[in-house]
Design a protein. Structure first.
Length: 590
């Protein structure tokens, strides 16, 4: 078993492993290795066909390349790489935005790194419209999220930065205007990471949560390899995050006039412990009608803030999501949220550093969770890798959520250290076995997934309006990867685009519940998530062999639900709050 061959001497020099648990790690890892090996369901047979993911990057015309320092001598150089899928011009087709980041030497020399916005041409290709749109040089960019800040019906673009955030207002003519200063968000100067919008107080306007990572000064950078916290397996590497100072988080309340007010302390989410925040997601974990907030902290306990009516109470430890099942703080990075058991409750999957494992916290109801990573079959395969972007998605239109994860190390130096560890790492796909477990099926799903890359952000959406989901990956080095799914053609699907009225036009945190042959699925419109990324706001449901939905229920935040019956499959639908479910047809130029 792989973990049993690891030496105890590795752990005291793990820059992301909490100091207080390092002496406990080795004994736990030996036991976990045995349990993970015995409980994994990699070879569990499946009664359905295996979906495929095909690499179509070359044919899309996308030529973007994320900048990267060859040595990654500073932590700030290794953390960027978010991607956003959103229909910025309202033509019904998803466009793609890639963030970019410079090296420290570039910034000190006054040079910038240019992000890229690609317009969907409706024929399988994309055109770079960055300059026309005016979104090329926001900042030292980390990630992205979308929301309709001014309630004009158009998605605005928020970029998280090393040094704050940048808000681009969508002008509705294919261009954006930087309104950061006007909005009041320019006061944020921290290292912003996985930002997310959500209407926490129920006024119909999207508020913004900004997790902050390390408090780092480019003019006073920690020296490469200079301390125990700058060592990995006894080789010199970049310093941090352990050993560096953290930053408190921010919550910006939407004032309804295009401006925001910082209210983190008032709301109880200010992070007085100054943990290393990497990601955040808004969702209603206990189904009480109020969205809660989950924050992933790197190498430290997670936060789970229960919404008590505009004010929050932090309950992560009591809920069972602060630590791993062994009581260990993990290097929490990417966040995937979904109802993978079809029980009407949102569970959480979190990607982690190597020598750990992807944590799968099953939502048991009543704000209690159980770490089922080993018993569900996702722990063992993820332990060797450094995980980042992740998502629940139905690859086969089966009606059950699968799980996809991208990996990539942070230390290029490992390639020359003869440790059996590599800077570039493969992706992983776990197919839902329909019984609360997953089977690792990466090689069967697609050879492109096994190609080693330095993965970071991941977003999911139906790029070409085929009724099948695509996966877009931004890599820290080299170009991105566009993976097109090929589900079982005998399976059916439905896609739903929601519009709130009169407020919350993008319908953030609205939910759709569909019932087919007695089985119910739950999905939600969500801002942010994964690692620094934004997925399609439309909700996609696989129906399996059923040709129609028995009942489709839309749960609008703070408003009456709408229910529709006998909804035909294999269609895209639009629904404006209070109106009818309208089929939409898309014509490809191919």
């Amino acid at each position: 078993m792989q973990l049993m061959t690891k030496s105890m001497k590795q752990f005291p020099h793990h820059p992301r492993c909490p100091i207080r648990v390092q002496l406990f790690v080795t004994a736990v890892m030996v036991a976990s290795a045995y349990m993970g090996h015995s409980q994994q369901v990699k070879d569990k047979p499946s009664a359905e066909s295996t979906p495929k993911l095909q690499d179509i990057t070359a044919s899309t015309g996308i030529r973007f390349e994320h900048l990267s320092s060859p040595e990654q001598r500073y932590i700030v150089e290794s953390m960027s790489g978010g991607v956003a899928l959103f229909d910025y011009d309202g033509d019904g087709w998803l466009d793609i935005y890639f963030t970019n980041a410079p090296s420290v030497s570039m910034v000190l020399a006054g040079r910038k790194a240019k992000g890229a916005l690609y317009h969907n041409n409706h024929d399988g290709t994309f055109t770079d419209v960055t300059d026309k749109a005016g979104v090329g040089n926001p900042c030292w960019a980390m990630g992205a999220a979308v929301a309709d800040v001014t309630n004009d019906g158009r998605p605005d673009l928020l970029i998280s930065c090393f040094g704050g955030v940048v808000l681009y207002h969508n002008n509705g003519d294919g261009t954006f205007t930087d309104v950061t200063a006007k909005s009041g968000l320019s006061k944020d100067s921290g290292w912003a990471t996985g930002v997310a919008f959500g209407d926490y107080d129920g006024d119909g306007l999207p508020d913004l949560f900004v997790p902050h990572y390390v408090n780092l000064d480019l003019n006073d950078l920690p020296l490469f390899g200079s301390a125990k916290t700058c060592q990995y397996h006894e080789i010199a590497v970049q310093c941090g995050p352990r050993g560096l100072k953290g930053s408190s988080d921010s919550l910006y309340h939407n004032n309804g006039d295009g401006t925001f007010s910082e209210v983190a302390a008032q709301a109880g989410v200010e992070d007085l412990k100054r943990f290393f925040g990497l990601g955040a997601v808004w969702t209603d974990f206990d189904n009480d009608g109020k969205i809660d907030l989950f924050v992933a902290n790197d190498g430290q306990p997670n936060y789970l803030y229960r919404n008590e009516g505009g004010h929050f109470k932090e309950i992560a430890s009591d809920a069972g999501v602060a630590f791993s099942e062994d009581g260990i703080e993990q290097a929490n990075m990417g966040l995937a949220v979904g109802d993978y058991e079809n029980k009407g409750r949102m569970s959480i999957a979190i990607s982690h550093f190597s020598d750990e494992y992807m944590a799968l916290y099953r939502n048991d109801g009543g704000m209690t969770f159980t770490d089922v990573s080993h018993s569900a079959g996702v722990a063992h395969a993820t332990e060797p890798y450094v995980g980042w972007g992740d998502a629940f998605l139905d690859l086969n239109n089966s009606g059950w959520l699968d799980l996809v994860l991208v990996n990539g190390h942070v230390y290029p130096q490992v390639d020359n250290a003869k440790l059996g560890i590599h800077y570039r790492e493969p992706k992983l796909v776990f197919l839902n076995a329909h019984d609360g477990t997953f089977r690792e099926a990466t090689e069967k799903v697609g050879d492109a997934l096994t190609v080693p890359q330095v993965g970071r952000g991941l977003a999911v959406g139906d790029l070409f309006n085929r009724g099948a989901l695509d996966v877009v990956v931004e890599n820290l080095t080299r170009g991105p990867q566009i993976l097109s799914s090929r589900p079982d053609p005998s399976n059916h699907w439905v896609s739903v685009e929601l519009e709130g009225a009169p407020r919350n036009r993008l319908a953030l945190n609205a939910r759709v519940r569909v019932t087919v042959n007695g089985q119910t699925q739950l999905s939600e419109v969500r801002s942010g998530g994964s690692y620094l990324s934004q997925s399609d706001l439309r909700l996609h449901f696989g129906l399996g062999t059923a040709k129609s939905i028995d009942t489709l229920e839309v749960l609008w935040p703070g408003a009456a639900a709408q229910v529709f019956h006998s909804v035909a499959g294999d269609h895209f639908y639009k629904l404006k709050q209070g109106g009818g479910l309208t089929p939409v047809t898309f014509t490809s130029k191919k």
